[in-house]
Design a protein around this ligand. Structure first.
Ligand SMILES: *[C@@H]1O[C@H](CO)[C@@H](O)[C@H](O)[C@H]1NC(C)=O
Ligand SMILES: *[C@@H]1O[C@H](CO)[C@@H](O)[C@H](O)[C@H]1NC(C)=O
Length: 271
């Protein structure tokens, strides 16, 4: 009987081998809710819901509903890479992509080269109706406490060669999340969400389908600088697709939310 149970347990293990939950905490600070920890859960959503979101993003990618985004401008040998996000259609983006790579290699730092779902697209409008309801309960499970308001979200696509340089998400909310939606059979490498520990990269979350990573950011939280490593995707493969956003936490420091930074992120004019 005991042997039979052991076999049954093994079979169960094999079947659930893709289900993983993990918490990694920076050695510098591991107060659970006040930050310093990265919580990941997989599967995050019911499979059908994740598959629906994934296909929506795939179709949007194929229909060119994503805009190229970078924060670098090159003139001659000079690079200007600030907090100003520039978005443009993919077909016009080759010079900007080359400039981003040039600037990264020349000066490094917070530079990105990626795509974002056009906030004016139909796919974005569809997602707008479901993102909060789908993600909120799983995010609360992941961090082990309640969240308040979704301050912003967007869908990202990291094309081959795309990356996101090291940054801390200041001003966007109290907790950041990333829900990965590229199917696992899609052949690409990289695209890891990596967290820095001092000057070394301390923890990497690979972008597995339907995995959710969450961590505290902003005022009152231990900063966790992070980046997305360069994606290496063969021709015709999908990019790294994900939905990213920020929530506030009840009672947490309101200074963690900056309307000016959020507006800049959304591409709205600020006065
Ligand atoms: C992962 O965490 C979720 C939410 O807390 C829980 O429902 C699920 O059972 C956990 N899965 C595993 C494999 O531990
Ligand atoms: C959530 O939003 C409501 C309505 O705008 C606001 O009154 C409240 O202070 C916000 N709470 C947090 C914790 O962000």
């Amino acid at each position: 009987m005991a042997g039979g149970r052991a076999v049954a347990a093994l079979v169960l293990c094999a079947r659930t081998a893709t289900a993983t939950n993990a918490t990694w905490c920076s050695a510098r600070n591991h107060r659970r809710l006040a930050g310093g920890c990265v919580h990941s859960i997989r599967p995050a959503l019911p499979h059908a819901a994740a598959a629906r979101l994934g296909s929506l993003l795939q179709r949007a990618w194929q229909q060119n509903s994503f805009l190229y985004a970078t924060n670098c401008r090159r003139s001659g040998n000079a690079c200007e890479c600030g907090n100003k996000k520039m978005r443009m259609s993919t077909k016009d983006s080759a010079p900007a992509q080359a400039a981003a790579v040039y600037c990264r290699d020349k000066r490094g730092g917070f530079i990105y080269s990626k795509h974002e779902l056009d906030r004016a697209s139909t796919a974005h409008a569809l997602l707008e109706k479901t993102v909060d309801a789908l993600i909120r309960p799983r995010l609360e499970d992941a961090i082990g406490g309640p969240v308040a308001n979704l301050t912003d979200w967007f869908a990202s696509a990291f094309q081959s060669g795309g990356w996101l340089g090291i940054h801390t998400d200041v001003g966007l909310g109290h907790v950041a999340f990333v829900l990965n939606l590229t199917p696992d059979d899609n052949a690409f490498r990289g695209g890891d969400l990596e967290f820095a520990e001092g000057h070394v990269m301390g923890h990497a979350v690979s972008p597995k389908f339907n995995s959710l990573a969450a961590f505290r950011v902003g005022s009152g939280a231990h900063p966790l600088p992070h980046r997305v490593t360069a994606v290496d995707a063969p021709r015709e493969s999908l990019p790294r697709l994900a939905i990213t956003g920020w929530y506030t936490i009840p009672g947490a420091d309101p200074r963690a939310v900056s309307p000016a930074i959020l507006n800049a992120e959304k591409g709205r004019r600020t006065r």
